[in-house]
Design a protein around this ligand. Structure first.
Ligand code: XMP
Length: 517
């Protein structure tokens, strides 16, 4: 597989991982390495079959502009420079870059074809003006000798350039993002020109990931917090496959899980995958600390803090540990980096294990850091995790605490669990589960009057939530038909003691959020 490596040299673009994702979609093996970790020896050792230079926030006009080692231009492999990557290639090969009025473009733009008779442009220009996505402040003002120009945009006279003999190509826009409508064609053409074989698959990724984990961990010990969610489960099962019992997992039962959830995930981890699992039954601790707490942020903070304390307590029983495994995905990494550098408002303090590595002085292992959610699901399948687990909707760290606005009591949690079970079963029965990003029930801190069997009732209201979304950042409510809603409402009211009214939440995000707290 290494024989067909495409090396992506990263200059810090927000979308570098998208380049890798596109390559994987074409079944091509690639590795991303930051520019400052790459030197002549590295290139000679890995011998990539093609190189892609990513975009990045720097300007090649800066004194210390990041550069790839110049050896990459001498080893006879095709190179594709994207945005900053194009500019640094041009500069290193003797061209020129300028900055000033009329050198920038951000967002949607159009490239006019100047000459499309080269293989690199096959299937790219559907019209004379092809839509692309730009994000640049400087632009190329003179191309190196042997290069030709193949496309121009309003503020980038050299939007597509190439040296067709050496197969060096440069584009000012980002072919890896979906807003560049035919960007995939360029990437595919480049790979074909590099004679790459399109044979990579998730099985190969799995083998590669196992190899990397083994090398990194050696004979040391790793701990992992399991939540029952897809990301932490795939992380743990993958690491377990690589290093077996050197991994210890800790599952904290905080009493805020859904009906039968803890039992089911524990069964999967221990019976099916034989993970070395410590079960921390801390239901009482969490619930007693949440008693009387109604403020959503306070709830989140209490749960986050307790989680760290409990995790530390159980981890200290394992003895010397060097690594903490986390199921961080690529979108989590982007979200945590602010584009503008400006601090963003805290809408909700997310509960995750982010505070742990610093507190415990542990190195991180994040084997999913390069993947997107759908890729993690494919990897999970490759690891043999049952579909039922892989397809699960996301579940927040603070669990049912944030689906129970107002004070949390055992009785309310019980009512919520029962209603939620019926709702999710209904969604599955109607075959809608995989169409929906996330569905759950919220128990409102409100009682209303009803009538059942000629008698007055005075019970809680619950609301049903179901949203569609790509990444959880924005969302819309799912348009259930009325028959589904009334059948579900009847089932809940008839079967759940404590609820006499059901509503459906039709708020999108924004202005709402997915969870209620
Ligand atoms: P919101 O409610 O912010 O949620 O629109 C977006 C997505 O994030 C999940 N969520 C969390 N996940 N820890 C998590 O791991 C948290 O503290 C947390 N809060 C919200 C939420 O379920 C939705 O998928």
């Amino acid at each position: 597989m290494k024989d067909d490596l495409v090396l992506i040299i990263d200059f810090g673009s927000q979308v570098t991982q998208l380049i890798a994702r596109r390559l994987r979609e074409f079944k091509v093996f690639c590795e991303i390495h930051p520019f400052n970790k790459i030197n002549d020896e590295f290139i000679k050792e890995v011998l990539p079959k093609a190189i892609i230079l990513s975009g990045g926030p720097a300007s090649v006009l800066d004194n210390n502009a990041p550069k790839p080692p110049s050896i990459i231009f001498d080893i006879g492999v095709p190179i594709l420079g994207i945005c900053y990557g194009q500019q640094i290639m041009v500069k290193m090969l003797g061209g020129n870059i300028v900055h000033g009025p009329g050198t920038s473009e951000f967002g949607k733009s159009y490239v006019n074809k100047k000459n499309e008779s080269i293989l690199f442009l096959k299937d790219f220009f559907e019209t004379k003006n092809e839509q692309v996505w730009m994000s640049h402040g400087d632009h190329v003002s003179r191309i190196p000798s042997n290069f030709e120009v193949y496309g121009e945009s309003e503020n980038a006279p050299y939007a597509i350039i190439g040296d067709v003999n050496k197969h060096f190509y440069g584009v000012q826009f980002h072919p890896e993002v979906v807003h560049t409508l035919n960007g995939k064609a360029l990437i595919k053409n480049f790979l074909e020109l590099a004679n790459i074989t399109f044979k990579w698959n998730m099985k190969a990724y799995l083998e590669h990931a196992i190899h990397i984990i083994k090398e990194k961990v050696g004979d040391k010990k790793v701990i992992c917090a399991l939540s029952g969610g897809v990301d932490s489960s795939v992380t743990a099962i993958l690491i377990n496959k690589a290093i077996g019992d050197q991994l210890t997992c800790i599952y904290v039962n905080n009493g805020l899980m859904r009906k039968n959830e803890s039992e089911e995930v524990i069964k999967l981890y221990t019976d099916h995958f034989k993970l070395h699992l410590i079960q921390a039954d801390e239901k009482k601790l969490f619930l007693s600390n949440l008693l009387g707490v109604t403020d959503p942020e306070e709830k989140r903070k209490i749960i986050g803090k307790l989680f760290i304390e409990v995790f530390q307590k159980y981890a200290s029983e394992i003895g010397e540990v060097d690594f903490l495994a986390q199921g961080t995905l690529y979108p989590d990494v982007i979200e945590s980096v602010s584009f503008s550098g400006a601090p963003s408002a805290t809408i909700k303090s997310h509960h995750n294990v982010g505070g742990l590595p610093k507190k415990m002085n542990l190195d991180l292992i994040e084997p999913l850091k390069e993947l997107f959610k759908d890729e993690v699901r494919i990897l999970g399948k490759e690891l043999g995790i049952p579909n039922k687990f892989i397809q699960r909707h996301p579940f927040p760290g603070p669990g049912l605490a944030i689906r129970c606005p107002g004070e949390i009591t055992n009785m309310k949690l019980e009512i919520l669990r029962n209603a939620d079970e019926i709702y999710i079963d209904q969604i599955k029965k109607y075959g809608l589960y995989n169409e929906i990003w996330q569905a759950f029930t919220v128990l409102l801190p409100v009682k209303t009057v009803g009538v059942m069997g000629d008698a007055r009732t005075y019970d809680y209201v619950c609301t049903l939530r179901a949203v569609t979304s790509i990444d959880g950042m924005t969302a819309d409510y799912y348009p259930f038909d009325h028959a589904f809603l009334s059948e579900t409402s009847n089932k809940i009211i008839n079967n759940v003691v404590g609820i006499n009214r059901v509503t459906y939440d039709i708020t999108s995000k924004p202005p709402g959020t997915i969870e209620w707290e």
